[in-house]
Design a protein around this ligand. Structure first.
Ligand code: IPD
Length: 279
């Protein structure tokens, strides 16, 4: 199984780098919005679509029996038990504006298939391998289950524990106004209690940043499986606790990550604020 993990990490890295190169080198001076999704500010560019096409084509060649779940084209089941979870560009809005913080995220997961041919459920799957590659600065984060996390080959380890008041906290916002109203309400309470807040525009990069102590904590409500799969494993393998509220796993309701003792403090606060509901 360890060999399989190493092989999956190598594939994830090769694919994320190849798609990343295309995304970065192919970026026109002015990026056009190709379509909108959940709201007018939730955008897709032609490059999101091209990057996912490339990832699917390569996976079809390399791992024809595996399933694929991607942000833009949904789920195609496989027969091997392995499913690839891909985000062709995490940080699409940064990409649109030419802000360098965007990444290609590729993970391999195993877990029971969902009902009625649906994708396996992030609440029950195990992430075996992941790579987050940020092509504009060339940084590559990789992790294998039980095998540690690495940035460009250097082993990652999260920062030390400090009280919440001394923590630099990363977060992000969804694309729907109702969600944002509740995220703003949480921010009003949290900002006065921490060192500062960062919103970098790519949840995958922020989660990976925990791995070298570049953030103390990260939290976000509404993350999709492809935002979380590879980067959550990187954070975890670097020593972070990655969890949800009220004993649940990290996921769409809430993701909190960082040093376990700091996470406990933030989880307590977020639970009090009912940060896992839009109200
Ligand atoms: C988004 C980014 C952003 C986060 C959003 C995600 P996308 O992913 O990760 O930082 O706040 O929740 O949807 O749309 O750029 O792939």
């Amino acid at each position: 199984a360890a060999d399989q993990v190493d092989e999956l990490v190598a594939i994830a890295e090769g694919l994320a780098r190849e798609a990343g190169r295309m995304v970065h080198e192919g970026r026109p001076d002015r990026v056009e919005v190709a379509a909108t999704k959940s709201s007018a500010v939730d955008v897709v560019t032609a490059m999101d679509l091209a990057s996912e096409e490339l990832l699917r084509r390569r996976l079809g060649e390399l791992r024809p029996r595996d399933g694929i779940l991607g942000e833009e084209q949904g789920f195609v089941p496989g027969t091997s038990g392995v499913t690839w979870v891909v985000d062709p560009i995490d940080g699409t809005v940064n990409y649109l504006y030419g802000i360098p913080s965007y990444a290609v995220s590729v993970a391999a997961v195993v877990g029971p298939a969902g009902d009625d041919g649906r994708a396996p459920d992030p609440a029950t799957w195990t992430v075996l391998a992941g790579c987050v590659h940020a092509p504009s600065d060339g940084r590559t984060f990789t992790a294998g289950h039980g095998r540690g996390a690495y940035l460009d080959g250097r082993r990652l380890s999260i920062g030390e524990a400090r009280p919440l008041s001394g923590c630099l906290v990363g977060t992000g916002f969804g694309y729907l106004a109702t969600r944002r109203r509740s995220q703003a309400r949480v921010l009003v309470e949290l900002l006065p209690r921490v060192r500062d807040i960062r919103r970098n525009g790519s949840a995958a990069i922020e989660l990976c940043t925990l791995g070298f102590g570049g953030l103390d904590l990260f939290y976000e409500r509404g993350l999709a499986p492809w935002d979380l799969a590879a980067a959550g494993l990187v954070a975890q393998e670097a020593g972070a606790l990655v969890t949800g509220l009220r004993g649940r796993r990290a996921g769409v309701d809430m993701t909190v990550a960082g040093h376990p003792s700091q996470v406990a403090e933030l989880v307590g606060l977020l639970e009090e604020m009912r940060a896992d509901s839009d109200m």
